[in-house]
Design a protein around this ligand. Structure first.
Ligand SMILES: [Fe+2]
Length: 161
């Protein structure tokens, strides 16, 4: 049986390609790479040798809760910068948290409204001031729905080494 083996790229629809490109290049530190010769506004960026981010400008709508999770190598300064920009969004999934396993979890909106989850890698040393900040809350997000369907475990992790 065929098996899906990885994610090559995530394509995000943006409302303004130049504004979005500046955000992903300057704030997220992504490197721009050539895109195919499409007849519509698009820009490609690389996370690494096997994963890319594609931005494409269309008149479209964003997802309120659906998101892409991006691993940041140094999330402490990113946290304060995102807070300074006022783009940390606590409405869909609650406040900034530390997931079981120790990874910081925070959600931000890009300039087009796409929701990004930013994660710290395993072993990263968090700035203790973040844990005392007004936007931080302990424990995993509780929706109040009391619907426990799904495959769940207290041993769940974002990082399988
Ligand atoms: Fe997520």
């Amino acid at each position: 049986m065929a098996k899906a083996i990885g994610i090559n790229h995530v394509a995000l629809v943006v409302s303004n390609l130049e504004e979005a490109s500046a955000f992903y290049e300057k704030e997220m530190g992504l490197e721009v790479i050539p895109a195919f010769l499409f007849d519509y506004p698009t820009a490609f960026f690389k996370f690494n040798d096997t994963q890319q981010l594609h931005l494409t400008e269309w008149d479209d709508s964003y997802s309120f809760r659906g998101h892409v999770c991006i691993i940041m190598d140094d999330i402490n300064p990113i946290y304060w910068r995102m807070k300074e920009l006022g783009i940390i969004d606590t409405t869909p999934w609650g406040k900034v948290r530390v997931l079981p396993g120790g990874n910081l979890q925070m959600f931000v909106r890009d300039p087009s409204g796409n929701l990004l989850e930013l994660s710290s890698p395993p072993g990263y040393e968090l700035d203790p001031k973040i844990l005392e900040d007004e936007l931080f809350k302990e424990g995993i997000y509780v929706s109040g729905r009391n619907d426990y369907r799904g495959y769940k475990s207290k041993d769940a992790t974002l990082y399988h080494s």
